[in-house]
Ligand binder design. Structure first.
Ligand code: NDP
Length: 480
């Protein structure tokens, strides 16, 4: 049993009250670590450390901050294999995915913002011979970064790296369900020589220490990724205190497949978009709109591919579908499969709990489900399920596909599959979606703005958008 500690003021600390929560391995259903159930006392220690470290860190040269972030990236790369294993055990995701995506991306986040901050410039606005304005962008102070369990180190580092690069000190709260790689990050930061108190990681449950962190008057900005309901709760706490807020929330993303697509590419793309990471990605395409003329063959081939996905022990090299994060989440996903039936849907494949023999027999596995026969506006097609459940919907023309694709309260991501590039541009312009992929899915350039519209969030992460978020703007006007 591993005992996780908070990382505060450059040291590993046990929670003051000695309270711990179980960290369950989703593939086995058994606890394998203890996570601090931190409280207000632990939070105050982190606030004191972050406040104390702020003036020194903010005064550091950009080059020095950049150098330290690069050392953290190198530390993650050095320990990539162990981190990938930890991420797989903690979340139930296939180790191959953690190796290919989660851990390289966490290192890339630090490396990217280490470089980006050296290129971050502010504006100057001349007023002829009368005056000149220039813009200052200063660090905010102590900021909070809260992240979910589905991409633990990937999303935590996506927030921490720009916050630190811009000169802020950070208190991070990883999800209590997947805290292991954040714990390791503390050690990597110590080895990298990050000054004590610049980054602090406090573990515990969202409603207790997460909420206290968000509400703390010392916190100047909150960067949160998680569910839409939690985002609304955080906004209601942050708004009266006028804290800067970046919210990356849920999605119910459309995959739109036209008859003229490259069929093999579209099938691969739709399958990956629906079931990558067991469908536990905010970007997953859970509503698959298919032009009616190819609907039947596309359906047949997609179902065959879903049935061929290798489900099993996340630590096995060839596993493509691992376990869902908790039993409660598995039950929630199963309840949506039942709801789909009640709403008149047909289950074409999957949607049942699976027992994986051996060490994983008590794990939380669900056979990926493809549904059809549901209207676009039923609950199954409007609410985020966040599991391996996708619904096929036929359409007759562009306008119908667009109206239905845009017909939810979410607006995070979409993918469009067509050989007609003019149509690709046209649809991209008309989709209510923060990110639109044409003939691809989840292809990311870290310089691009990332985030959602409508109930999928407020603000954008990525590139200079993130550095702008983590700085306070001041206009200085000099009369000439
Ligand atoms: P939650 O909203 O439950 O939790 C996210 C984080 O917030 C966790 O660290 C959680 O802690 C914490 N938290 C929970 N309640 C509060 C609170 N009242 N105050 C402060 N912090 C709190 O999301 P999940 O972890 O269940 O993640 C799944 C959700 O995340 C999905 O809706 C998904 O769409 C969304 N998501 C969005 C992404 C995007 O970029 N738009 C990317 C990835 C996921 P704890 O878990 O310890 O309770």
């Amino acid at each position: 049993m591993i005992t996780i500690a908070n990382y505060v003021g450059g040291k590993f600390l046990a929670p003051a009250a000695g309270h711990y929560l179980d960290d369950i391995e989703p593939a086995t259903g058994r606890p394998y670590a203890l996570v601090p159930g931190s409280d207000a006392v632990d939070l105050e220690a982190a606030v004191a450390a972050a406040r104390g470290a702020f003036p020194g860190w903010a005064r550091q040269t950009v080059e020095e901050r950049s150098r330290l972030l690069l050392r953290i990236a190198e530390g993650i790369e050095r320990e990539a294999e162990a981190l990938a294993r930890a991420e797989s055990i903690d979340t139930g995701k296939p180790i191959g995915l953690a190796r290919q995506v989660d851990i390289p991306r966490a290192a890339a986040n630090f490396r990217f913002f280490a470089h980006a901050v050296t290129q971050f410039a502010s504006e100057s606005h001349g007023m002829g011979t009368a005056a000149i304005n220039y813009t200052l962008r200063d660090p905010l102070g102590v900021v909070a970064c809260l992240s979910p369990w589905n991409l633990p180190l990937y999303l935590l580092s996506w927030k921490i790296a720009p916050a630190l690069a811009a000169g802020n000190t950070v208190i991070a709260k990883p999800s209590e369900l997947a805290p292991m790689t954040a714990y390791w990050l503390g050690r990597i930061c110590i080895e990298a020589g990050l000054p004590p108190g610049v980054l602090n990681i406090v573990h515990g449950s969202g409603p207790s220490v997460g909420q206290a962190l968000v509400a703390h008057p010392a916190i100047k900005a909150i960067s949160f990724t998680g569910g839409t309901k939690t985002g609304a709760a955080i906004a209601s706490v942050a708004a009266p205190q006028f804290k800067k807020l970046s919210l990356e929330l849920g999605g119910k993303n459309p995959t739109i497949v036209f008859a003229d697509c490259d069929r093999e590419q579209a099938l691969d793309g739709a399958l990956r978009a629906a079931f990558a990471n067991q469908g536990e990605l905010c970007l997953c395409g859970s509503r698959i709109f298919v032009e009616r003329s190819i609907y039947e063959p596309f359906k047949r081939d997609l179902v065959a591919r879903a049935e061929a996905l290798r489900l099993g022990d996340p630590l096995s090299e060839d596993t493509e579908q691992g376990a869902l994060i908790t039993e409660a989440h598995l039950d929630k996903v199963l309840s949506y499969v039942q709801l789909a039936r009640e709403e008149g849907g047909r289950i074409l494949t999957g949607g049942v709990r699976v027992t994986v023999p051996g060490r994983c027999e008590a794990g939380y596995f669900l056979k990926p489900a493809i549904l059809e026969g549901l209207t676009h506006d039923c609950r199954t097609n409007r609410e985020e399920i966040f599991g391996p459940v996708a619904c096929l919907l036929p359409f007759d023309d562009e306008d119908e596909a667009l109206a239905e694709a845009n017909g939810t309260e979410f607006g995070l991501a979409a993918s469009v599959w067509t050989r007609d590039l003019q149509r690709g541009h046209r649809i991209a312009q008309r989709l209510d979606s923060g990110v639109v992929w044409v003939n691809t899915w989840l292809l990311r350039d870290l310089r691009t703005p990332f985030g959602g519209m409508k109930h999928s969030g407020v603000g954008r992460e990525g590139g200079f958008e993130a550095l702008r978020f983590f700085t306070e703007v001041k206009n200085v006007c000099i009369k000439l």
